[in-house]
Design a protein around this ligand. Structure first.
Ligand SMILES: [Zn+2]
Length: 148
């Protein structure tokens, strides 16, 4: 791999890309990828505020650019908040909802995810959903625990 001809690189200063450099490349790729398939104008949680920065109305987070917002929407906080919002629509006022989201890249290895919860089998329950592509895996586990 040629590290000497990177933007801002000095001859002879080649080496492994720094963390921030890799992050920037990753975010740019993600931004280009997502912009092809996601229309931000139709996203109900996307908002440009009067300071010119972007906000996620669901998670109340601030983002400097659209790429940052798009990266956020594919992260576990946004996904958990999104699932939580869906569950609120069921209106289960006496239930405490606990959501665990795991998103990971596949490295040709096996992954085992476990979760433990103390509950009453008469009233409490859990559901998990797995989503998998050739590069990534996402698991969402929802626990519903009844309170008297
Ligand atoms: Zn969000």
């Amino acid at each position: 791999m040629d590290f000497q001809h990177r933007a801002g690189g000095k001859t002879g200063s080649g080496g492994v890309a720094s963390g921030s450099e890799s992050n920037r490349d990753g975010r740019e790729r993600l931004r280009q990828l997502a912009l092809g398939t996601i229309n931000l104008a139709k996203d109900p949680y996307f908002m440009k505020n009067r300071l010119g920065t972007y906000e996620c109305k669901l998670c109340l987070t601030l983002h400097n650019n659209e790429g940052s917002y798009l990266a956020h929407t594919q992260g576990k906080k946004h996904q958990s908040d999104f699932v939580n919002q869906l569950i609120k629509n069921f209106q289960l006022p006496r239930y405490k909802i606990v959501i665990q989201t795991m998103i990971g890249q596949k490295y040709e290895q096996t992954l085992r995810i476990g979760s433990r919860c103390l509950w009453d089998p008469k009233t409490d329950n859990t559901v998990s959903v797995n989503y998998e592509t050739k590069d990534m895996i996402a698991v969402v586990i929802v626990h519903a625990i009844y309170f008297e």
